[in-house]
Structure formats: C-alpha cells, structure tokens
Design a protein around this ligand. Structure first.
Ligand code: FES
Length: 115
C-alpha cells in the first residue's frame, strides 16, 4: 500500500560549510521540527491528509538567511526558520493551510495560492 504524504519539509539546518545559518540555531530548529511532528501526530497514518515527512538536508542552494525550509509540494521557501518560527509555520501553514507571507524567501512557479 502506498503511503499518502501531505507535505515533505526539507530543512537546511546544520550545513557542512555553515554558510547560511548559525549551526546552533539550525540544530535547535531541526530538533523543534522533529519534536513538533511527533507531538502533533503528523506522522500518523490515520491522518486523512496524509503524513508529514521531514528531512534535514545539507544545502538547499540558497546559502543566506537560513535556516532555510522548503515546503513540498507547495513550493514555498522560508527564511530564518528559528525554533519559534518552525512552530508557527507548522501550525498555520502545514495544519491550517495558511502560508506565512512575511517569512517567505521565494516561491516556485507551482506555489499554492497565497490568498
Ligand atoms: S547552506 Fe543552507 S541553503 Fe546552502
């Protein structure tokens, strides 16, 4: 049986070259992201929208204003994703479907409608 996935969150948190963020802030954001996904049961297969996957990546080719978070499939890249911001992004964007425009660095052409 195929797994239904609602979102995949890719966070550049502790890059090898540490060119986009303080690795301590990145590590704290990554920990908060993992903890929230668990606490909010976003990995539950009983979730009708599908599960939320998360991956820590080395570099998302932005390399400034990090930690950078890419939300797939929405095509939204968030900047300066601190532990506090990650909580707001998950609760408002991932759960309620309302992206936070003030923290968006860029979008891809496939980005969901922000209105
Ligand atoms: S080091 Fe974070 S996007 Fe490149």
């Amino acid at each position: 049986m195929a797994i239904k996935v609602s979102h995949h969150l890719l966070l550049c948190a502790t890059p090898n070259k540490a060119s986009c963020c303080d690795p301590q802030i990145g590590a704290a954001s990554w920990k908060r992201l993992k903890d929230l996904i668990k606490e909010l049961r976003l990995e539950s297969h009983a979730r009708p929208e599908g599960i939320v996957l998360r991956s820590k990546v080395d570099c998302l080719r932005i390399c400034e204003g990090g930690p950078i978070l890419l939300v797939w499939p929405d095509g939204i890249w968030y900047k300066k994703v601190t532990p506090k911001r990650i909580e707001t992004i998950i609760k408002k964007h991932i759960i309620k479907g309302k992206p936070l425009e003030k923290w968006i660095l860029k979008t891809t052409p496939q980005a969901i409608n922000l209105k």
